[in-house]
Design a binder for this molecule. Structure first.
Ligand SMILES: Nc1ncnc2c1ncn2[C@@H]1O[C@H](COP(=O)(O)OP(=O)(O)OP(=O)(O)O)[C@@H](O)[C@H]1O
Ligand SMILES: [Mg+2]
Length: 406
């Protein structure tokens, strides 16, 4: 379509002629963007097209495909002429020719039986049940697009790939001319940190991502009403990295975590505004990355109750040991934190052997969680651990120590 800047991935998806088009790929390859552009074109090309974009849940859609769709729409004067209205509460683009693009999520197969459509897009399909896919695909007349990062084989591999009416397109950041250099570097740097993650996120190859650093987290709907606020955690970023901020609560001996913001390009006054917008009051303790004393001081002068996270050798592993002792409940809306936790692995060498050190990168919301562990949860934990030790403290690696205790 004139007025849209596109990549080769767009051409491949636009020209596909199978009923199902599977886009497997590394991160930032442009899959979601390209498929959305194709869907916008289809909506304009014919009257009355019904197009459904499906995600695991609404927060994931809002932070991913829906946000990208709004960006594409806002950046194209031509599209703005084609779209009569964007209905924010129902998440539907309504076109002047009667076509619609709706964004939705479904609880189960039964829920997915309602409605029929011309085109379907299952965004990040490894978060969507096969039963939901089946019901939706059955009711899709023209084409089904699917995209995902292949962290492990799932129903697409078992039930779709290799079938006659299914096309597979594998892409990675090298296919995306719009990916910035900082992001490319961070993706390629995974090779030094964890080869399995590099295969998945840098090359789009099906992996077997196991052995996450933190496996003790669960998704919850909301923070319980009477949970006690512990602190906020803050990691500074600017051009290349996001500034990440979370709020942590405690109830019944469990941690409850909510992502507050995760954004590039924030100055310190912007951070202050974001804190206020998110209901953080000036008494609330904010534990921040101690590598940025100047920013901490600037925010303190604005009236925020800032402190630097404890630092020094061994603190990264110590904080992980502390976090492992809790059940960590993360609100469903914390999509960026959940995405980071899904990638947070131990470093490996090129033969896949694991080091006792977590990878560094994609942790702008995990680091704030570690800061809170170090400054607010540490004392009790160490006291409790020592009293439980049946022997003199030996030189265990942090993880052995954890295993020996629990
Ligand atoms: N045609 C385009 N025009 C402008 N920017 C683009 C285009 N395609 C991709 N981008 C940029 O590249 C980024 C990554 O693209 P996209 O989100 O589609 O990748 P992805 O393959 O879906 O990544 P992930 O697997 O992490 O979801 C986008 O956020 C956008 O900034
Ligand atoms: Mg995507």
């Amino acid at each position: 379509m004139k007025g849209l800047s596109t990549s080769t991935l767009f051409q491949q998806n636009y020209n596909a002629n199978t009923h199902v088009v599977v886009n497997q790929g590394g991160t930032s390859s442009g899959k979601t963007y390209a498929i959305l552009q194709v869907l916008f074109c289809m909506a304009c090309a014919e009257e009355g097209m019904v197009i459904t974009v499906v995600g695991q849940d609404i927060p994931n859609l809002k932070a991913g495909a829906l946000r990208d769709a709004l960006t594409i729409y806002k950046n194209s004067a031509l599209l703005q002429r084609w779209v009569a209205n964007y209905n924010r509460s129902d998440r539907v683009f309504e076109f002047v020719n009667g076509s619609i693009i709706e964004f939705n999520s479904y609880h189960d197969g039964q829920d997915a039986k309602s409605g029929k459509r011309d085109y379907l897009f299952i965004n990040e399909a490894n978060g969507v049940d096969h039963a939901i896919y089946t019901e939706l695909a059955l009711r899709t007349k023209r084409r089904v697009y699917i995209d995902y990062n292949p962290t492990a084989a799932f129903w697409v591999h078992d039930k779709l790939l290799g079938k006659p009416d299914v096309q597979l397109i594998i892409s990675d950041h090298r296919h995306n001319p719009f990916c910035d250099d900082g992001m490319r570097k961070r993706i390629e740097a995974l090779k030094e940190e964890n080869i399995e993650l590099w295969k998945v996120y840098a090359r789009g190859l099906t992996g077997k991502v196991t052995g996450l650093v933190l496996g003790n987290w669960h998704i919850c709907e909301e923070i319980p009403e009477h949970a006690k606020r512990l602190a906020c955690g803050l990691d500074f970023g600017f051009t290349n990295d996001q500034t990440g901020c979370i709020e942590v609560f405690m109830q019944n001996g469990q941690l409850w975590v909510k992502e507050l913001f995760y954004e590039r390009g924030l100055t310190n006054p912007d951070i202050g505004r974001k804190l206020t917008e998110n209901g953080v009051d000036k008494q609330m303790l904010i534990i921040a990355d101690s590598a940025e004393p100047k920013s901490i001081e600037e925010l303190r002068r604005m009236g925020w109750n800032m402190t630097g996270a404890m630092k020094g050798p061994g603190t990264v592993n110590l904080s992980i040991d502390i976090l492992k002792r809790y059940r960590i409940n993360i609100t469903r809306c914390s999509v960026n934190l959940i995405a980071e936790l899904g990638k947070y692995k131990w470093k490996t060498d090129k033969n896949g052997r694991t080091f006792n050190e977590p990878m560094d990168g994609f942790n702008h919301l995990i680091d704030p969680l570690r800061y809170i562990a170090l400054n607010k949860l540490r004392v009790n934990t160490i006291r409790r651990s020592r009293s439980k030790l049946p022997w003199k403290e030996p030189n265990f690696g942090a993880r052995d120590y954890d295993m020996a205790l629990f």
